[in-house]
Write a protein that binds this ligand. Structure first.
Ligand code: 13P
Length: 252
């Protein structure tokens, strides 16, 4: 019922030429995939050129961030419409690296989500607790605040264009994946929050991705969990072989 979605977040990596090379390898490796939706998020500077390489291959382009205004005096920022113009169909919003390094809060993230949806793009809202928060038993409280804050004022209809990515901060780039059970528990909790904010049908159709050291050797177990609908992949999305294997996860 929920189509699996595997997204690659390239973060601050690759020159335009390197991005084109990786995109070409992904097009070759993934051209026949139809059962799983695929998204890649290169850096801003590579978006337009990667869009040309993707062509009509079954890969969607996403930006890693946006600003919640259409145009104006906002030096250094990009609007969702500009990203759409560059070839994007989606935007990653509220990644923990931006929450931590750039002090993005739930209010700003909510504004970005709304502007992205208004612009006709898919919003990928990231949430996740830090290690300290998990160890202090604050995980559920943190996830609840991030979900409620990020989804504030949205309608159930708008939720059809939104994907949630649960990325425990302690699992990002550390090689420490959440166990299948830890991830499932958080995803099921998040689905319950969505149900509380909207309704059971919206919660059942909302895709929730797991992110944090997803690799070819752990994706199958994660994807076998009831409430895990896909993955947001960092490091392993930078090599075609690994990312293609993750997209072609094996159903258990
Ligand atoms: P890693 O897969 O490198 O842990 O990164 C996860 C992530 O932050 C994706 O957005």
């Amino acid at each position: 019922m929920r189509k699996p979605l595997i997204a690659g977040n390239w973060k601050l990596n690759k020159t335009i030429t390197q991005a084109e090379e990786l995109a070409a390898a992904l097009v070759a490796g993934l051209k026949d995939v139809s059962a799983t939706e695929i998204i890649i998020a290169p850096t801003f500077t590579a978006l337009n050129r990667v869009a040309a390489i993707i062509g009509d291959a079954p890969i969607q382009l996403a930006a890693q961030n946006c600003y919640p205004q259409e145009s104006g005096a906002f030096t250094g920022e990009l609007s969702p419409l500009m990203l759409k113009d560059a070839g994007c169909g989606a935007v990653i919003i509220g990644h923990s690296e931006r929450r931590q390094l750039l002090a993005e809060d739930d209010q700003l993230i909510n504004a970005k989500v709304k502007k992205t949806l208004e612009s006709g793009l898919l919003a990928i809202l990231c949430v996740g607790e830090t290690l300290a928060e998990r160890e202090c038993d604050e995980m559920l409280e943190v996830l609840s605040a991030q979900i409620k804050g990020g989804l504030a004022d949205l309608s159930a209809e708008q939720m059809a264009n939104l994907v949630i990515a649960y990325e425990p901060v302690w699992a990002i780039g550390t090689g420490k994946t959440a166990t299948d059970e830890q991830a499932q528990e958080a995803h099921s909790f998040i689905r319950g929050l969505v149900q509380g904010l909207f309704d059971p049908a919206t919660a059942q159709s909302c895709r929730i991705l797991y992110g944090g050291s997803v690799k070819p050797d752990n994706v199958d177990g994660l994807m076998a969990q009831d409430d895990i609908d896909g993955a947001l992949v960092g490091g392993a999305s930078l090599t075609a072989e690994d990312f293609c294997r993750i997209v072609k996860f094996e159903k258990k």
